[in-house]
Design a protein around this ligand. Structure first.
Ligand code: NAP
Length: 246
């Protein structure tokens, strides 16, 4: 087992995940660049820097998840940080079409299931598979990349202009916030801290690069939560400006 701490970022072949991987490498982690397409992961790992390596990981495929956990167990043999970053805004059609069909009254159930499969069940499955390694780490950290669009408090406010968009994607992030809290409570007596971060509206493939923030800005809060010391909180939801309402 190596001395250097190890971080796994899911969906790290591009976008916010790739930037999180770069930042964690700069903080001294050996970074495992999770990617469902191994070639894309290998290309990304080269840009992350020395020591980074690709890990084939499709968060919707249990065989892929189990194989990834076994590979981490054998080499590098430890896992200190898990960033559940992989996510999708929609499963089929263009982003523009998805915006229109995002409302649950019109969304196809297949579409809703596919989004939840990645954004919610994928996180549970990967976390379960990696937990034995994280429990052994001196300071295990789990960061779930969520979104303020999933905030029930904010969407309950009639003056919130974004609440018209509350639908498939955002409710998957509500569920992600709930499972963040569930894992945090379950692991409260351990050294593992579990928190959710909102990266903000960021220019990536997820939204056809309509976002207004850069990936460098977006990565800051997830990375801060990955680096929390022993006094740091668990079971929180925050962005760069501080706590977000659940
Ligand atoms: P992105 O550029 O589209 O990146 C998404 C990443 O997730 C890609 O690497 C993608 O891999 C991966 N992914 C999707 N399905 C996967 C699966 N089944 N298994 C493994 N990897 C999978 O989007 P992003 O904006 O960086 O999104 C990263 C996270 O930030 C997501 O959880 C998203 O919900 C969250 N977020 C984004 C924004 C925003 O404005 N961009 C705002 C709030 C929250 P492929 O390349 O193979 O598709």
């Amino acid at each position: 087992m190596q001395d250097k701490p190890v971080a796994l970022v899911t969906g790290a072949n591009k976008g916010i995940g790739l930037q999180i991987a770069k930042d964690l490498a700069a903080h001294g982690f050996t970074v495992l660049v999770g990617s469902r397409n191994l070639e894309h992961g290998e290309t990304a790992a080269k840009s992350v820097g020395a020591g980074a390596r690709a890990l084939q990981l499709d968060v919707t495929n249990q065989a892929s998840i189990s194989a990834a956990a076994e590979r981490v167990r054998s080499e590098p043999g430890r896992l200190d940080v898990l960033v559940n970053n992989a996510g999708i805004s929609h499963a089929s059609g263009s982003f523009e079409e998805a915006v229109k069909s995002n409302r649950l009254s019109v969304a196809s159930l297949d579409e809703v299931r596919a989004v939840f499969e990645t954004n919610v069940f994928g996180v549970i499955a990967v976390t379960q598979a990696m937990l034995p390694l994280l429990r052994e780490a001196p300071a295990g950290r789990i960061v779930n990349v969520s979104s303020s669009s999933g905030s029930l408090t904010m969407n309950s406010d009639p003056t919130n202009p974004h609440r018209a968009m509350f639908g498939t994607y955002s409710s998957s992030k509500t569920a992600l916030n709930a499972i963040t809290l569930a894992f945090a409570l379950e692991l409260e007596s351990t050294r593992i801290k579990v928190n959710a971060a909102c990266p903000g509206f960021t220019a990536t493939d997820l939204n056809n690069f309509r976002g207004t923030r850069t990936v460098e800005q977006a990565a800051r809060e997830p990375v801060r939560l990955a680096l929390l010391d022993a006094k740091g909180p668990t079971g929180t939801f925050s962005n760069e400006d501080g706590a977000r309402p659940w």
